[in-house]
Design a protein around this ligand. Structure first.
Ligand code: ADP
Length: 380
């Protein structure tokens, strides 16, 4: 190794150690006292290959949230000198489980998914070809509006579509699709989805109070939603659209870890306060190894119907900047338009009026999702 390379590695080590030390000294980081008292001791090694770095951190006693937090903290502290996509923080148990032969010898560098211990349990939902998640870091940005109109637009294009309204604390699927529960159960004990406009919908709003985990929190609620996915008689579906609860907490993490997601859409308005949370949503998917199809910028512009003036009520260009910074595609911009809201309020999503410009935006988004998930090809 040349002196220059050695000094680069030294610099990196110093930066990572400084960030772990600073995190150790912070309170309110979400890490338990005993976990963040010795964070610098968790630094197991730093490896460099070309311009890429791998930072190995001991993971004993850390849960998934801690790992994400530490990863994000290190990346943010490394800053501009080391672009995010050139640094991989991965976690390794300090005391590895003995292999069947009792040999605990050197372990190969794990992939990102292996490092986070995920994807092993992801179980296929019978009959469902693809599942995509629609997420937002924040509530009220139009996630359910986009999910519903996208589902109708996919059905308009001949796809067999399911929509799981997983927003347990505020299910809006039934209202937006004009479907009334409760759901009934078939002879196998599976819930029968309600079909509207070619979309098979299941929502916590269709469940009786006894089955509704509205008072549940965290991973338990995540498990309840996961269970619901498997307990519905979806039949044959090309695509299941999963309208996630807003946020990036335990519920979302537990769900994303458990379901075989083929991709995710992140919804945000162009407003900074929404985009900050969209960053978290994107990081959550990237960390858990779910491909992000792209960003949907909602409420991007308001066209005044009287004078035609365009107002950028939630700011201009936020989505474009976000997608450039995070290197994901901005799939579309949906205007702030009262007709989009009203159509959902009366249970007749605007996508049903196929010739209207607003419906065409969702139609184009549906085509993009079909392409990105490979649904434009025949199943094997
Ligand atoms: P979320 O699922 O993110 O909480 P919703 O889809 O429920 O958000 O949308 C919040 C509110 O904003 C709803 O009243 C909805 O009708 C309205 N809305 C969403 N998107 C638009 C839009 N593009 N134009 C006008 N109103 C919208």
């Amino acid at each position: 190794m040349t002196t220059k390379e050695e000094s680069k590695e030294k610099d990196m080590k110093a930066s990572v150690t400084a960030s772990l030390l600073s995190l150790s000294q912070q309170s309110g980081s979400g890490l338990e006292e005993e976990d963040h008292s010795d964070l610098t001791e968790r630094l197991l090694g730093i490896h460099r290959s070309g311009n890429n770095w791998q930072i190995q951190v001991g993971s004993d006693g850390l849960n998934l949230n801690h790992k994400i937090f530490i990863e994000q903290y290190i990346l943010s502290r490394l800053g501009e000198n080391y672009p995010e996509d050139s640094v991989l923080v991965y976690f390794k148990k300090l005391r590895p489980e003995p292999t069947p032969s009792g040999n605990t010898g050197p372990t190969p560098v794990p992939t990102r998914e292996q490092a986070f211990g995920i994807n092993v349990r992801r179980k296929h939902i019978p009959g469902v070809r693809q599942i995509i998640a629609v997420a937002s870091g924040k509530g009220g940005v139009g996630k359910s509006t986009v999910s519903t109109n996208l589902a109708v637009a996919l059905a308009n294009q001949g796809k067999k579509v399911g929509l799981l309204d997983a927003d347990i604390y505020g299910p809006s699927g039934p209202m937006m699709l004009g479907a009334r529960g409760p759901a009934s159960v078939d002879e196998n004990g599976k819930l029968i989805p309600l079909e509207q406009f070619g979309v098979r919908l299941m929502s916590f709003g269709f469940l009786s109070d006894a089955m509704n985990p509205v008072l549940w929190r965290g991973p338990l609620a995540g498990k309840a939603i996961e269970q619901l996915c498997y307990d519905v008689a979806w039949g044959e579906l090309d695509l299941l659209v999963l309208d996630l609860p807003p946020g990036t907490g335990d519920i979302q993490l537990s769900l994303i870890e458990s379901l075989p997601l083929h991709g995710a859409l992140v919804i945000s308005t162009p407003q900074d306060v929404a985009l900050i949370d969209a960053h978290k949503a994107l990081t959550m998917f990237e960390t858990l190894g779910v491909p992000v199809i792209g960003l949907v910028e909602n409420m991007s512009v308001y066209h005044c119907p009287s004078c035609g003036h365009e107002s950028y009520i939630f700011g201009e260009g936020g989505g474009a900047e976000f997608s450039e910074e995070r290197r994901i595609r901005k799939l579309t911009s949906i205007p702030l338009d009262p007709s989009i809201r009203m159509a959902c309020d009366i249970g007749q999503p605007i996508s049903l009026q196929k010739s209207r410009p607003q419906a065409r935006i969702f139609g184009e988004l549906a085509r993009e999702v079909i392409r990105e998930t490979g649904l434009n090809t025949e199943p094997n």
